[in-house]
Design a protein around this ligand. Structure first.
Ligand code: UDP
Length: 237
């Protein structure tokens, strides 16, 4: 697979064309940003960890019937993916109160939610990814009703699969963010699933093993990503 020209550079990843118009290469960087990119830094080998963790999780989801953009791992930092027309909505699923939900509703972090909470945020940095609902998405034609139904259904299914998987890694899946896109008329799960996009707490100690270590200057950031990778690979093996 020939790596073509750079077609997109985001905060944590670069995307390259290939000689096949339906396929792209997603390259994971060590750059980290938080709070709408007002906080910037690098996390050593984060790209390598996130590529490998995402690879394992996409493979797991595919075996459970979730259609994803993942094709195969190409190298330590590169993954071959299907080209998606990204739907500009971040889908968040929450099992335990943390981060944005704690702030929005004045709740203590750590409260276990009676049922998982599905949230949509409009992908727009200038507006700080505002919280929106199904009606906004349909009214603004960000997605069609059938697509939104598939997205919600997939998101809850992904939550069940990941809750079960991370539990076996001795990790609590607090919350996570997904992105979806269209490929040949189908909705596929895209982006990445990693400690950048999930909150993961050690089941025994509640130690944070995710990007909150960077956001909140908790230290041992690299070690947390390595630890998640170790547990995810150990579980798989
Ligand atoms: N998240 C993400 N990208 C974003 C915002 C959030 O991957 O731009 C993830 C975040 O890591 C967490 C979940 O989505 O696992 C919920 O984040 P929240 O809405 O609480 O926002 P934050 O606390 O990051 O402001």
């Amino acid at each position: 697979m020939k790596k073509g020209k750079l077609i997109y550079e985001g905060k944590a990843k670069k995307v390259y064309a290939t000689d096949n118009p339906d396929l792209l290469i997603q390259e994971f960087k060590d750059d980290a940003t938080a709070f709408d990119a007002t906080k910037r830094g690098t996390i050593g080998d984060k790209g390598v960890c996130n590529n490998k963790i995402s690879n394992q999780l996409f493979e797991l989801l595919e075996t459970k019937g979730i259609a994803t953009h993942f094709v195969k791992l190409l190298s330590e930092r590169e993954m071959l993916i299907k080209r998606l027309e990204i739907i500009p909505v971040e889908v968040t699923v929450r099992n335990i109160v943390a981060g944005g939900m704690a702030k929005l509703l004045g709740l203590a972090e750590g409260r276990i939610l009676k049922i998982p909470v599905l949230e949509y945020h409009y992908k727009n940095d200038t507006l700080h990814d505002p919280l929106i609902n199904d009606y906004h998405i349909l009214a603004l034609e960000l997605a069609e009703e059938e697509e939104l139904k598939a997205i919600a259904q997939y998101s809850f299914q992904v939550n069940q699969i990941l809750l079960n998987f991370f539990d076996q890694c001795n990790l609590k899946l607090v919350d996570f963010k997904l992105e979806f896109g269209r490929h040949k008329g189908k909705i596929l799960l895209g982006d990445e699933i990693s400690p950048d996009t999930c909150r993961l707490w050690d089941k025994t100690t509640d130690k944070k093993l995710d990007k909150d270590r960077f956001r909140r200057d908790l230290g041992e950031v690299e070690a947390a990503y390595q630890e998640v990778l170790r547990r995810v690979c150990q579980k798989k093996a």
